[in-house]
Design a protein around this ligand. Sequence first.
Ligand SMILES: *Cc1c(COP(=O)(O)O)cnc(C)c1O
Length: 393
Amino acid sequence: MKNFPYSRQIINNTDIKAVEKVLKSDFLTQGPVVEKFEKKFSQFVNSKYSTAVNSATSALYIACAALNFKKDDILWTSCNTFVSSANCGIHLGGKIDLIDIDYETGNIDVNLFEKKLQKAKKRNKLPKIVIPVHFSGIPTEQDKIWNLSRKYKFKIIEDASHSLGSKYKKNITGNCKWSHITIFSLHPVKIITTAEGGVATTNDKNLNIKMQMLKNSGITKNKKNFKNKTKQDLAWYYEQQILGMNMRMNEISAALGLSQLQKVKKFVIERNKIANFYNKNLNSKFLLLPKLRKIFYSSFHLYVIKIRSKNYKFMQKKLFNELRKDNFFVQVHYLPVHQHPYYRRKFNLKNVDFKHSIKHAESSISIPIFPGLKKKILLKICNKINNFFKVNQ
Ligand SMILES: *Cc1c(COP(=O)(O)O)cnc(C)c1O
């Protein structure tokens, strides 16, 4: 490997054989493998149901639609996320607002969130849906967010794109103990991959029936759910009950997913080992490293270092460029959502309300972390960063 990205897929021969087997089978789409993948996925995250789709972006869309999010409804999500977590609400005609983060974890700050809810209640602008994002793999404080949802009557979709295999207070991410739906991304940089792909998990049977229809043009072929009971004995019959699209996962992806699913635990353990290595060997006092309290177990999708210096903005840019020059394909996560030109035009949210997200974007760098990264490379990265701060004080 010449180029070391911040994260990447790990594919072995077992994965390749699984895909080959599907390619030689009768079904490339709408066959038995997707169903099996959904079942196994639910078993892994301890949820009753799963709906597999062609991306996390689609999963967010069907989750919002299943929760009846409509024109002029309000959706809140973290300011520090990939744009999909907010876009889903706009696709359904709604309005977006953002929640600032806790600088250390990168997750929404629950105290700020509660204050924002109190204010919104007075102005009659409470959100219908809130989407907390498990940034970098660190789970959000879902029990606290759940309590707020009871008080302020909003629905919760956890965006767990980063956190397959994470745990909070011994609850595995995706079990929906403190949310209505949880969504995952299976993009190659995430914990496991199906090339493109996503999953929405829930314990609510009706939400799952709806999500299954939404990904399939609003159609059901399940006799038990037909509106027209007189047609139940017709083998060819199916009916469209709501408006959907084609967001289905295909059999090839599902086969890869099934094979990858068996390795989640191993991948996450390896990612944690690398994180521990960095925590030990990055030793500059100019760095803030991700050290977590015991109640959190992170999948470490990202390993984010933050620069502690008056000059953080300048130092970030300089260190970033030096690492890229050495073929370490580091990245910054994320440009705060409201600073994208589209969001500026459409909502004009003010920087003063998102200070921590802005500082996070200007002082952090995601450095390489993925299973199989050799100790030699990790040491090289550590030396490089430690030396950088010796030279640039
Ligand atoms: C990757 C990601 C998504 C979108 O995932 P896709 O599968 O590429 O659609 C959404 N939210 C977050 C937080 C992500 O990191």
